[in-house]
Ligand binder design. Structure first.
Ligand code: NOJ
Length: 556
């Protein structure tokens, strides 16, 4: 398939999308939690950064048991975050600045406070209200054993037994995540219709797309058979699981694509589908399904030349089959930040123990992590296709490891029986200013101390602030701004062809159209290939490219 010029192809083939974890981005009403107005106030920052789109994590009314991924009302805004009118203003202002807006949709499960679930609890077994979720009788003579051996992703059993109206122990319901997140029954047409209505509601308001939460999880294998292993499943399972990546999910996306295509403006959806190998991801990207799917093979790669090259190749080969663009990603709100991962050799989501997932802080060389993360940024932004950046990645924020245990909020913490500290360390509110007032500028309330933001910020947080980095032309923030500006002006970047160049076994080197060369050095210092240096992730030492450094070069 030949590719149309960048100006006339769908925007999502090339876009750099910035993920906003709303609770931690910017707090305009001074309550220590981020909000819609906070995002609006920072649109000029995002414009100056040079991103094409923003993805806003769930902003719907929610009891916040999983910080918005437990939705109580899919068609309104969480009062702590603002109003629907605020959301409409934000979308309009973003559009006026040329920034597209993607919202998160959470179709695998709702909050237990969703009216449908409350109705189901009050209804009889077998009633239509129970049929919207996955209720089953228990096993054993008194039904006091769960219906099967499934465990929840956050730890513990994936089934919870309810008390029926007569006060007796009753049926069990499925929750692949927290108990407060009951799974919908996607075999029920009423659930499908409901979500089609949710999509249309937000499309009518003007959103450009959706990030689909747990996109590989909505359909469960017939008969809910036991899993082959008893441990809590990882999102990216090493073996086939009866609730991940079932063929039936594709029918849902075919119907969603028809809805997206019925609107003007190349509306899109991006799948959070933790599936592997790459050929399975490509199935979500067939021409009548979704636009993008996060490349988790890439995200879970260690900082290793062989693994990265192999995963880039396999991803590109798989999506080529279906004519889809790549969607590179190194960070999101669920994984240890790449600064730490790259320094410690961590590979999230692939079945390690908790300690391995977070890494040993005593072994952490922060400067090394930052150096690699900066090189990774130039790699990611030069590869064909689009990219997703998680807030704070442009500041090279490290994982925060000193949140006191009594302040941890991730449901993983309690559901793992307090053995897994969970994901709070990558969700600490952003540092905008170097002085501590207003939680390092995160909050409009200048009196809010850093430890009173919804997740406490550490003393050292301000040194990574936007304010500090703006003053330093060599900062990671400036690196991202320069890289995104070059990317915007280079017709050959974004989607399109790339060609590997062999410069040695410790290097990733490839060209893009327009005499553009990207070289990433994982080994000993080498002489720079000839040409004009457009950008480098670290200072170049008298014409030499140091280890863990990337460079963009205009050849001839
Ligand atoms: C994936 C989301 O990214 C994560 O934050 C959430 O906890 C689970 N899905 C459950 O919705």
């Amino acid at each position: 398939m030949s590719l149309a010029p960048r100006s006339s192809r769908a925007w999502w083939r090339d876009a750099v999308t910035y993920q906003i974890y709303i609770r931690s981005f910017a707090d305009a009403n001074g309550d220590g939690k981020g909000d819609v107005e906070g995002i609006r106030s920072r649109l000029p920052y995002l414009k100056a950064l040079g991103v094409d789109a923003i993805w806003i994590t769930p902003w719907y009314p929610s009891p916040q048991n999983d910080h918005g991924y437990d939705v109580a009302d899919y068609m309104d805004i969480e009062p702590d975050y603002g109003t629907l009118d605020d959301a409409k203003h934000l979308i309009k202002e973003a559009h006026d600045l040329g920034i597209r807006v993607i919202v998160d949709i959470v179709p695998n499960h709702s909050s237990d406070q969703h009216p449908w679930f409350q109705e189901a609890l009050a209804a009889e077994p077998g009633s239509p209200a129970r049929e919207r979720y996955i209720f089953r009788d228990g096993k054993g003579p008194n039904g006091d054993l769960p219906p099967n051996n499934w465990n929840a992703v956050f730890g513990g059993p994936a089934w919870h037994r309810i008390t029926e109206k007569d006060g007796k122990p009753g049926q069990w319901f499925l929750h692949l995540f927290a108990i407060e997140q009951p799974d919908f029954n996607w075999e029920n047409p009423e659930v499908r219709e409901y979500f089609e209505g949710v999509l249309k509601f937000w499309l009518d308001i003007g959103v450009d797309g959706f990030r689909i939460d747990v996109a590989h999880g909505m359909i469960k294998a017939d008969g809910l058979p036991d899993t082959p292993e008893k441990d809590s499943p990882e999102m990216l399972a090493a073996v086939s699981m009866p609730f991940w990546d079932q063929d039936g999910v594709h029918e849902i996306y075919r119907s969603w694509r028809k809805i997206l295509d019925s609107y003007s403006g190349d509306r899109m959806a991006v799948a959070e589908a933790w599936v592997s190998p790459a050929s399975r991801i490509a199935r979500y990207l067939r021409h009548d399904e979704l636009a993008n799917s996060f490349n988790f093979d890439f995200l879970t790669s260690p900082w290793d030349v062989v693994t990265l090259r192999e995963r880039i190749d396999s991803s590109l080969a798989a999506i080529k089959e279906v004519g889809a663009p790549a969607s590179w990603v190194f960070n999101n709100h669920d994984v240890v930040r790449s600064v730490d991962r790259f320094a410690l050799g961590l590979t999230p989501g692939s079945g390690e123990t908790t300690l391995d997932r977070q890494g040993d802080p005593a072994k952490l060389d922060l400067n090394l992590g930052i150096k690699r993360a900066r090189a990774g940024a130039l790699l990611m932004l030069a590869l064909p296709g689009g990219a997703y950046i998680y807030q704070g990645e442009e500041l090279a924020l490290p994982e925060v490891r000193d949140i006191p245990e009594n302040r941890l909020t991730d449901p993983r913490w309690r559901m793992s029986n307090f053995t897994d500290r969970g994901r709070d360390g990558c969700r600490v509110p952003l540092p905008w200013k170097n002085d501590a007032d207003g939680a390092f500028g995160f909050s409009s309330n200048a009196k809010l101390p850093p430890h009173e933001a919804w997740l406490p910020q550490s003393n050292w947080w301000g040194s990574f602030s936007v304010e500090s980095q703006e003053k330093n032309n060599d900062s990671t923030l400036h690196l991202y701004r320069k890289a995104l500006a070059i990317r915007a002006s280079e017709e050959g970047l974004g989607d399109g062809p790339m060609t590997w160049i062999d410069l040695g076994k410790d290097l990733l080197a490839f060209t893009r159209p327009g005499n553009f060369l990207c070289v990433v050095n994982f080994g000993d210092e080498i002489s720079l290939p000839s040409g004009e240096v457009l950008l480098s992730s670290a200072p170049l030492d008298r014409g030499r490219l140091p280890r863990d450094t990337a460079v963009w070069i205009r050849t001839s």
